[in-house]
Ligand binder design. Structure first.
Ligand code: SF4
Length: 342
């Protein structure tokens, strides 16, 4: 696994990462992605973008959906800022405001074999499910992703293990481009995946937390909503009455405690649950309190931005212009290598 200290001096290393606009984010997004972004922005030159074109490959096809894109984009950016992503440290922008990505995507397409896209696991799983890939956008999105990264000459891409194939494709695309158009002086560096300890938070039903599964706690859910969601969570199905001994390993509340509770609390739960010494509501209370505590600074920061929506737009505008300077420089080099500098 690559480390964060390869190829360039640390201060100049660049990290590129995007997120589809799904609207308000939940605790799973914070623990799986944003916590990591907040850490990375202190060490690297980070480019974080709203991947709205990518969202269009599978969502927003009906009119009602489309009317929600803009709101979802800004709700998500507010959650980034609430989580502590700092526009002074990281460059935040919107993919669709950067036609430069689309140009590089088109130019990279000239040297990328179709078969490389067909073997990407996402494409294969769609095909295996018999759904097929019905649009060119869906087939081509891994190449667009490669363009998103290569246009900033990203050194690192934070990914979970299931996305490593996409970074591998990006490397192959860069290698092929360099080989075909600029063998003596490679233009596009090959990025490395930054495999992170990507804690997958479980949701209210014990499955992976996701908005579509309806098992999520939003980052900005009000305290009363959080308390209500946790108090009504299912527990160990074999613990029907208070005096039944339970087993944390069978209980969906337990994985959340493992993220949010300290070792002393975890001991107290294990013993109390197995001996029927504590009730489930009693067990859930410290979890509710820990989530409230985690949310408090998010809520305060988000309230400031919600009161000044123009400031959020300005942050994105500034980030978009900063990103454009870098993207245009790469495009000039690419166009020149391809004989298009006229
Ligand atoms: S005591 Fe806690 S861990 Fe045990 S079943 Fe109840 S909620 Fe789950």
């Amino acid at each position: 696994m690559p480390t964060e200290s390869s190829s360039k001096p640390q201060a100049r290393q660049r990290v590129v990462s995007g997120m589809r606009p799904t609207g308000a984010l939940h605790l799973g997004h914070f623990h799986g992605v944003l916590k990591n972004w907040v850490r990375l922005q202190t060490m690297h030159d980070c480019f974080f973008f709203v991947a709205d074109w990518h969202a269009l490959t599978t969502q927003y096809r009906d009119k009602q959906d489309r009317s929600q894109i803009e709101g979802n984009v800004y709700d998500m950016v507010i959650d980034w800022l609430a989580a502590g992503v700092d526009p002074e440290k990281a460059t935040l922008f919107i993919q669709s405001r950067m036609p430069e990505h689309a140009e590089l995507f088109t130019l990279l397409a000239m040297s990328t074999p179709t078969a490389w896209l067909e073997r990407i696991p996402g494409y294969k799983s769609q095909a295996d499910k018999g759904r097929g890939v019905d649009t060119y956008g869906l087939l081509g999105y891994p190449l667009l992703q490669a363009a998103d990264i290569l246009i900033y000459k990203g050194d690192h891409v934070p990914v979970g293990e299931d996305q490593a194939a996409h970074v591998e494709l990006t490397r192959e695309v860069a290698r092929r481009f360099n080989h075909v158009y600029s063998p003596a002086d490679p233009i596009l560096p090959e990025p490395r995946e930054l495999l992170t300890s990507n804690s997958r938070l479980t949701g209210l039903d014990g499955r992976k937390m996701s908005k579509s599964a309806g098992n999520a706690i939003a980052m900005r859910d009000a305290p009363t909503i959080v308390a209500g969601k946790i108090r009504t969570m299912q527990t160990d199905p074999q613990r029907v009455r208070l005096h039944d001994a339970g087993e944390p390993a069978r209980c969906p509340v337990w994985p959340l405690h493992q993220v949010y509770s300290d070792p002393l609390t975890l001991d107290w739960i294990e013993q109390g649950c197995r001996s029927a010494g504590i009730g489930c509501l009693e067990c859930k209370q410290p979890l509710i309190e820990s989530i409230h505590k985690e949310q408090q600074p998010w809520r305060e920061r988000a309230d400031e931005y919600l009161a000044k929506p123009k400031q959020v737009q300005w942050i994105v505008e500034m980030g978009t212009e900063r990103a454009r300077v870098v993207a245009r420089k790469t495009l000039r080099e690419v166009r020149s290598a391809m004989g298009l500098a006229y």
